[in-house]
Design a protein around this ligand. Sequence first.
Ligand code: PGA
Length: 248
Amino acid sequence: MKVLAANWKMHKTRAEAWGFFETVGSSIKDSAVRKIVAASPTLLETCQRIAPSCGIEVFSQNCAFETSGAFTGEVSPSQLKELGIKGTLIGHSERRSLFGETAESAVRRSLCALQSGLDVIFCCGETLEERKQGNTRTVLASQLQGLKKVDASLIDPTKATRFIIAYEPVWAIGTGVNATNKEIEETLKWIGEILAELSLPKLPMLYGGSVKPSNFNEIAAVAGVSGALVGGASLEPASFGQLHSALL
Ligand code: PGA
């Protein structure tokens, strides 16, 4: 299954979110593409009221590693489930670089989300310096390592795709510079090898980092790419629609 996942980051008011879905409408509702919008906590309830009419699933951009308790500022997977939210991003590079998210806490959040019934898009990626030094594979292995604790029966991709990997080179996020097709293909191959070493099944893999309608036809055709996690270009209904068309 192809996946188009929008990461709205800290953008949009509730009225703007509602307007987005109104404009997208029902025309893509039944397409074979899995469509996801990951929105800020204040938008989730509004999105959840209208997104299903467009065939779009609503995701959170993060979730806590416990289901309740003294964790000020966090949102738990069960609170998200109560709103009807289908899943969550975990370990986005902005969480890692700006808010101190560690590889370990990203794994803990993923485990708690999966056990609570939320699907997960697990983000990973290297910095430019790490790539230049030839350390990309090692860095990805360290980000993914803890996933060996994931109970493979929870994410059995033959039943439903509950766990998706998003490869997002840090240097490509929001910069307008995207990885080359060769870099994407090679890196997704490495991720597949790392997951196999961890005894995890073959998972869908998305590319993220400056994906736009103008480059997505090419990126979507790269071996191993099941779709994209898109920031900036996912905010407008027209470009969201164009990105969706590239996956048909
Ligand atoms: P971008 O962001 O598409 O704006 O580069 C991608 C992301 O952060 O997921």
